[in-house]
Design a protein around this ligand. Structure first.
Ligand SMILES: [Zn+2]
Length: 95
């Protein structure tokens, strides 16, 4: 049984939220070591906000890659990053 608790912000899952978010792009690109991926995956599994962020990011990437093969506009990347940060801030102050 997992208590929702304070959840985010600690290092209880091997990596903390900031590190997890920082690694999101690398994680999605598959450029992490296996050990690192597992740490992130465990964190995402246990951390709602981060899991939501990575889900959103992954979905967005799928859309982007199917529509514009060349490259993702910087403006869009920034919007995604902002959305993730916003979502995390909301989650932290939410309850
Ligand atoms: Zn987290």
């Amino acid at each position: 049984m997992v208590d929702e608790g304070p959840g985010c912000g600690g290092e209880a899952f091997g990596v903390d939220c900031e590190e997890a978010v920082r690694q999101l792009y690398v994680y999605l690109d598959g450029e992490l070591t296996q050990e690192r991926r597992r740490e992130i995956a465990v964190h995402l599994d246990a951390c709602g906000p981060c899991a939501g962020a990575v889900g959103f990011e992954a979905e967005l990437r799928t859309v982007i890659s199917s529509r514009c093969k060349d490259r993702v506009p910087d403006s869009l990347i920034q919007r995604v990053a902002a959305a993730i940060a916003e979502e995390q801030a909301r989650q932290r102050s939410g309850s």
